[in-house]
Design a protein. Structure first.
Length: 231
């Protein structure tokens, strides 16, 4: 499945992401017009991610956010009461969307090899759609409060557990070998992270997300499938 095909199947446009945020936080936002809420959430989140990925979330002021988003400070506080609440909202919704998409993508897949291919594909394609959020979450993890750090670590381990479970399933099916399932899953996760953390490098070398996906699958399978030396 190509990246373009993935986007059509998932149907996870930016507007859809913010519609989901509205649905799960309808009681929080004081503005009642749904389309206006979605429009302003897009402005707030996009501006927050852009500023934070340049200068850091803690260094971002509400004045910075107001200037970039085009919303007054009063309008901003209709959506969150503090920067910490904004940070929690961005982190929580991003994790929920990412985890749901990964679960849904694997739900109907049979066989460990196909599951591994689908998991790698889904993670890479999703991180391409949500690249600013993935980058923000990784970079800002060290600056989070204790509770948010715990949630970020749990999310990291959740993804690794997906790959660990697939590896163990493949070993039982006798289609995979892995001397150390935990380290193998961690390395897979690290290779996937390299795509959204160093995207500039791959863009400069004209490597597409589909090129990278194909290469990562070949590398992983060359290691975990007995007798497979790659293509």
């Amino acid at each position: 499945m190509t990246y373009s095909e993935f986007k059509k199947i998932i149907g996870i446009s930016k507007k859809e992401i913010y519609r989901r945020i509205l649905e799960t936080n309808r009681d929080v936002f004081r503005i009642k017009k749904e389309e206006k809420v979605i429009e302003n959430l897009m402005k707030i989140f996009d501006a927050t991610l852009e500023i934070s990925n340049k200068k850091g979330f803690r260094a971002m002021s509400i004045r910075d956010l107001s200037g970039k988003s085009g919303l007054s400070t009063g309008a901003l506080y209709s959506y969150f009461s503090s920067k910490d609440e904004l940070l929690h909202l961005i982190q929580m919704q991003g994790r929920e969307i990412a985890n749901k998409v990964l679960r849904d993508q694997l739900a109907e897949v049979k066989g460990a090899r196909k599951k591994m291919q689908r998991a790698i594909q889904a993670h890479l394609h999703l991180s391409e759609i949500m690249q600013p959020w993935f980058y923000f979450t990784y970079i800002e993890a060290r600056n989070l409060c204790a509770d948010e750090q715990r949630r970020a670590l749990e999310s990291e381990l959740y993804t690794e557990k997906i790959f660990m479970d697939i590896l163990e399933e493949g070993i039982k099916e006798k289609v995979f070998r892995a001397d150390n399932v935990i380290l193998t899953a961690a390395i897979i996760k690290a290779m996937l992270q390299d795509w959204y953390l160093k995207r500039w490098k791959y863009r400069k070398r004209k490597v597409s997300v589909d090129d990278y996906k194909k290469f990562i699958i070949e590398v992983i399978e060359a290691y975990i499938i007995p007798g497979n030396s790659g293509t």
